[in-house]
Design a protein around this ligand. Structure first.
Ligand code: PGA
Length: 259
């Protein structure tokens, strides 16, 4: 996303507030998508992009429900465009349903499915191939933070997961400390600032001038009550929200940090 009139002072990018529903949601939950789209009013539209990533089962219906008012994305994709990969979903299939983003390398997939950064990079490349924006997730575990290895780990994941060919408007980075996901714990603003500044610097090294235009989201226990403080941190260009994205009330409450 390039410089936009709606970007905050000092920021080159238009913020993105993204919801990750994980393995939650039945067809009845589409009413929340409808309510989110209705609540994404002119004031919010002027300032931020809003995205919801429902489970694959709901992506098509959610995209139809959102009808271009808010963006819909996938939570994962296979590296290949088609083939004998039972149970997997190709980036092209997500694109075909009307999505514009896909999350890759979420820590739950790295942990539950053993996804290495090389696999995550191949998935991000698949997203680019299909014309989707890849949200590449990075973040340290509690043990890694305690051992003082946060920047090492995040730097390594970034280096090995980010496609060299990506332009600023094709990728989003989500910094999600694993120990903050679903726990109610959040890093201090100073800790978030340190990691986001580091990610910005690494992006500059990897992508040159394009690095300044990549959105860097913070994720991990973002809720309406802490969103304004977290979103005010330098180099935080939005949020990746799990639990609090399941209802329109909480999700829009987080988006309200940008009002
Ligand atoms: P959480 O999840 O907001 O429920 O902590 C964030 C995420 O995993 O993206």
């Amino acid at each position: 996303m390039s410089a936009a009139a709606s970007a905050r002072p000092g920021s080159l990018v238009r913020p993105l507030v993204a919801g990750n529903w994980k393995m939650n949601g039945l067809t009845a939950s589409l009413a929340e998508i409808e309510a989110m789209a209705a609540g994404y009013d002119a004031a919010l539209r002027a300032r931020i992009d809003l995205l919801v990533c429902p489970p694959a089962t709901l992506v098509g219906a959610a995209a139809a429900k959102a009808a271009g008012r808010i963006a819909i994305g996938g939570q994962d994709c296979h590296a290949r465009a088609s083939g004998a990969h039972t149970g997997d979903v190709a980036a092209e299939m997500l694109k075909d349903l009307g999505t514009s983003y896909v999350i890759v390398g979420h820590s739950e997939r790295r942990a539950d499915h053993g996804e290495s950064s090389a696999v995550v990079k191949a998935k991000a490349q698949a997203a680019l191939r299909a014309g989707l924006i890849a949200i590449v997730c990075v973040g340290e575990t509690e043990a890694e933070r305690k051992a003082g290895r946060t920047l090492d780990v995040v730097g390594g994941q970034l280096r090995d997961s980010l496609p060299e060919e990506a332009r600023a408007d094709q990728v989003v980075i989500a910094y999600e400390p694993v120990w903050a996901i679903g726990t109610g714990l959040t890093p201090t603003a100073a800790d978030v600032a340190e990691v986001h500044a580091f990610v910005r610097a690494q992006l500059g090294k990897a992508m040159g001038e394009q690095g300044a235009g990549v959105r860097i989201l913070y994720g991990g226990s973002v809720k309406p009550s802490n969103a304004a403080e977290l979103m005010a941190v330098p180099n935080v260009d939005g949020a990746l929200v799990g639990g609090a994205s399941l209802t329109a009330k909480d999700f829009l409450g987080i988006a309200a940090a940008y009002r």
